[in-house]
Design a protein around this ligand. Structure first.
Ligand code: S3P
Length: 172
């Protein structure tokens, strides 16, 4: 297994913000799978969903993780919220490093993402309901795919970072 720190969790759980802060604290570089895919495809995630469809995006996510297994070590990897939904990806993520699942409540996600236009899966009529349904459907998969679960709702970034670094020390 590689020495990467992988952050998983639902949209709006703070993977990117936590990843940025963690990269300062640990002096490790940060890779964001959504950005990696956008750069490689020359399109935004929303454009990929609209033009190629969700399935194509999911294949790109698997391809991204496979490539990172060959290239990334000692890094922090922030993943798209749906990436661990594929069984294959949950297995690949564990090869890539230690998986930290940032667990968030649906209320917290709604408060953070209301008005967001960059997440194609939340653009429908009733985003609050969509968040609740999707999170409920994915919860067990996130847990199954993780080595460590960190509760993040209502916590400050300092508390979340401290939770992650404590777990890292315990596991070292
Ligand atoms: C998705 C989450 C998004 C992005 C895409 C699909 C999902 O990433 O990959 O919109 O299925 O949960 P974030 O979790 O960074 O918002």
């Amino acid at each position: 297994m590689k020495d990467n720190i992988i952050l998983t969790g639902f949209m709006g759980c703070g993977k990117t913000s936590v990843g940025i802060r963690l990269s300062y604290v640990l002096r490790r570089t940060l890779i964001d799978t959504d950005k990696w895919i956008e750069k490689k495809q020359g399109k935004t995630v929303s454009e990929i969903f609209a033009k190629d469809g969700e399935e194509a995006f999911r294949r790109m996510e698997s391809e991204c993780i496979r490539e990172l297994i060959g290239t990334a070590d000692g890094q922090i990897i922030s993943t798209g919220g749906g990436l661990p939904v594929r069984k294959e990806n949950r297995k690949l993520l564990k090869e890539l490093g230690t998986v930290y699942y940032l667990k968030v409540t649906p209320e917290c996600v709604y408060e953070r993402l209301k008005g967001d236009t960059a997440r194609p899966l939340l653009q429908g009529e009733n985003p609050r309901e969509k968040i609740r349904e999707l999170l409920e459907a994915r919860e067990a998969l996130y847990t199954e795919g993780a080595d460590v679960t960190i509760e993040v709702s209502g916590k400050s970034f300092e508390e979340i970072i401290a939770g992650i670094t404590e777990k890292m020390e315990e596991r070292a």
